[in-house]
Every structure is written in C-alpha cells, then in structure tokens.
Design a binder for this molecule. Sequence first.
Ligand SMILES: Cc1cc2nc3c(=O)[nH]c(=O)nc-3n(C[C@H](O)[C@H](O)[C@H](O)COP(=O)(O)OP(=O)(O)OC[C@H]3O[C@@H](n4cnc5c(N)ncnc54)[C@H](O)[C@@H]3O)c2cc1C
Ligand code: SF4
Ligand code: SF4
Ligand code: SF4
Length: 399
Amino acid sequence: MIKHIDIKDKSTCCGCSACKNICPKNAIEMISDNEGFLYPHINEDKCINCGLCKKVCPILNKKLNNTFEQKSFIFQNKNEECRKNSTSGGFYSAIGELIIKKKGIVFGAAFDENFIVKHDKAKTKEELKKFRKSKYVQSDLGNTFKEVKNNLDLGKLVCYSGTPCQIAGLKNYLNKDYENLLLIDIMCHSVPSPLFFEKYKNYILKKMSATKILDINFRDKSKYGYKYPMITIKTNNGTYSEGVDTDPYLRAFFGDYSVRPSCYNCQFKTKKRVSDITIWDCFNIGDIDKNFDDDLGTTRILIQSEKGLKFLNQLENIKLKEIPIDIAIKNVKEMTHSVNKNKLRDKFFENINDDNLINSYFPINIKTRLNSLIRKFLSITGMYSFFQRHLSQMKRWFE
Ligand SMILES: Cc1cc2nc3c(=O)[nH]c(=O)nc-3n(C[C@H](O)[C@H](O)[C@H](O)COP(=O)(O)OP(=O)(O)OC[C@H]3O[C@@H](n4cnc5c(N)ncnc54)[C@H](O)[C@@H]3O)c2cc1C
Ligand code: SF4
Ligand code: SF4
Ligand code: SF4
C-alpha cells in the first residue's frame, strides 16, 4: 500500500511544503504546475514508504485545539515612516524589532532580486524592512521550516509569519510546542499564482517600455490613502500606478480568477487559529475608533495564545487599544468563508500563456474608468468607508 501523499484533487493541497520538509529521504520536490502553483512530487526511487508526509499534512491532519480566550486590538506603529511603508498599521515591524532586540530571528515573505516572492529570514532591523507590505502572490517557503526547527532546537527565539495554511503546516512539521517560537498568521483572502505574476510583470515592462522593475507596492497609500487598493510599480522607465478597478493583477486577484484551487475550499478559515497572533486590515477604522482614523493604516489583531499576549504587551512605540471581539470580527467574511470560484477561472488558466490574456480578460473601458473615478473621488473626500457597503449598488446605477 502506498503511504506517501498522493494528490488527486488539487484543492486538497495548499502548497505548505511540510511534506517536503519532513521527508527523511529528500524524496519530495515542490514543482510548479501549469497554473504556476507548487505541488509536491514524489521520487518513488527514493521513497521508503514511511508515511511521514501524509501524517504531517495540515489538510489531512487538522490540529486545532485552542482553548485560549481570544482578545482583540487595534494597532498602529508610532513610527510614521514604517506605517506609510506597511500594509496597514505596521505590526510586523514592531514585533520583528522586539524579536531582534531579544537576539532572535524573524521569518516572513519578501521579494528576491527578481521580484519573486519567497520566505526569508532577518536578523537585523534593516533586514526586517523586506517583510513590510503584503505581497499578493503565493510565497515559496523553500527550506525555511527546517531552518526554523534548527534554530529552535539551538534555543534561539524565532518569529514566523505567513498565511494560515503555511502556519498550520509549520506547526504540524514541528509537532511540538516551543516556548521560543512566535507564530503570526495574516487574515487571508486567497493567494494568486506566481506564474500569473510573472506574466503581469512582463506586461508592465512592455506597457512602460522598460527593461527593469525597481519596486512593487501592492498597496500604495501615498496617492489616495489607505482604503483605496492601488498598485504602484517603479521601473527604469517611469512609474506605473493603477487602482483595483483598472489594474489587471488586482482585478484577477479580487475577482477570484488567479488564485490557488485550495483557496476556494480553504480548511483554515476559522476564528481560532494555531498561530499566536492573527493580523489583518482595518478599513472601517472610522466606525471603530475615530482617533485611529488618520488614513495611514491600522492593523487589527486577534490574540490566540497567552504567549501572543505576552509579546504584544512588550511592544514599544505603538498605539494600541483593546476592542470587543464581536466588533473586531464583524463582517470579516474572509475569516470564515472561502472565496467563490470565478466562473471564468479555469478558462483563464487554460489561456494563461496567451499573449493577449490580460487585455482579453481585463479590458479597460468606460465602465472600469468610471468605477475607478468613483472610488478615487470617495477616497479623496474621505467618504470611501461610508460608501463601501453601497458601492456595488452605485455602480449598477451607472451601468
Ligand atoms: C495574499 C494575502 C491576502 C490577504 N488577504 C487579506 C484579507 O482578505 N483581509 C485582510 O484584512 N487582510 C488580508 N491580508 C493581510 C493584510 O494585507 C496585512 O498583512 C495586514 O493588514 C497586516 O498589515 P501590517 O501593516 O500590520 O503588516 P506589515 O508590517 O505590512 O507586514 C506584512 C506581513 O505579511 C506577510 N506577508 C506578506 N506577503 C505575504 C505572502 N505572500 N504570504 C505570506 N505572508 C505574507 C509578511 O511576512 C509580514 O508578516 C492579506 C495579505 C496577503 C499577503
Ligand atoms: S512516504 Fe516517507 S519517504 Fe516517502 S515521500 Fe513520504 S516522507 Fe518521504
Ligand atoms: S498541503 Fe502541504 S503537506 Fe499537504 S500535500 Fe500539500 S504541500 Fe504537502
Ligand atoms: S485562502 Fe486558505 S488555502 Fe488559500 S492561501 Fe489562504 S489560508 Fe491557504
């Protein structure tokens, strides 16, 4: 009987790489499929049928046994430069700095020199900066689980952040609680395909008549504030900047075209998590606390363990306020509900190598421009949050 993992339905693998990391014979390699997502492949010649890869898989073995009474907070990093350059309130920089002060190691998602998203480590405050900002691409975890374990076993303090499925994979791989490990998960809509990201980067280079990308900011707050999703890409021939209505990459992500099959049936969308701390955006901060609503970004925090609370209480140079849990998680659909598969999703990936893919799926027309103008107007006038709930209805009026 075959005891190794055998993925027949792609929605049953989130690509966490726990199986690859646990394999005692290095018989598992993570290989991209035709959609650009990594899946484990078994080298039968090396495999000894020990079954460890099956036992470690967080989808086959859910281990959520969290009895901690959760607490929720709103958070801002008082370092304005940091907050401007973070997705929301700059929480990961604050926690990272604390870990580094304690001589620990921080892991998170960063761009490499070719703007490929990979998990990496930081040991200094300067290195920490690469983890700022959400990268809307599935991150390649490489051998980071093994590195984490080696450091934990040496007694080093380690902090690791990732999507809920990545954190569940790491926790299963470690298979024991370490006092010197702090786990942070992000609230996760879904993760887009690295292959589509490559296609998009080439599209931008062509559009800008450029040869090199210099910087990518998926959540640029500088023009229209924190609440308007806007992507800005600096190239060696100028800067590209578009919002969620007109940029094809954001449209593919938020329209649920370009995402991993497991995200349509996510097993990790629960209120309680295996992490110590869960972080996410807070676009409706004006409804929660007007004193925090400066349009520079606020992070919502859900504390999932005593350890998480202990670390939160040690943070310095921050603005923090406890809020009731029902307020913190009100209308946070992405916490408990998977995204709906776009009916064109499979066709989109069938056409992924077409030269005209982006223009045919995401044309820019009067409707998209109008949507964009409405959102920008609302952002500039500070009415975005108020109208967010009614935006789809407003768009229908103009159709
Ligand atoms: C793919 C993705 C989907 C998200 N979906 C939602 C959502 O539906 N709703 C919501 O409220 N928030 C979502 N977030 C989280 C949110 O964008 C911010 O991470 C959160 O607001 C914290 O902001 P911050 O300023 O405190 O964090 P920052 O200090 O900016 O730190 C960013 C953190 O995110 C991690 N990270 C960045 N990119 C990735 C990645 N590709 N994979 C794994 N970890 C990554 C970094 O390691 C770091 O810990 C998503 C983030 C990502 C990456
Ligand atoms: S069964 Fe054991 S040896 Fe075979 S791939 Fe899985 S972990 Fe590796
Ligand atoms: S979910 Fe993770 S552990 Fe399970 S098969 Fe996929 S990569 Fe391996
Ligand atoms: S939606 Fe679920 S499966 Fe997809 S990346 Fe997020 S946590 Fe993982």
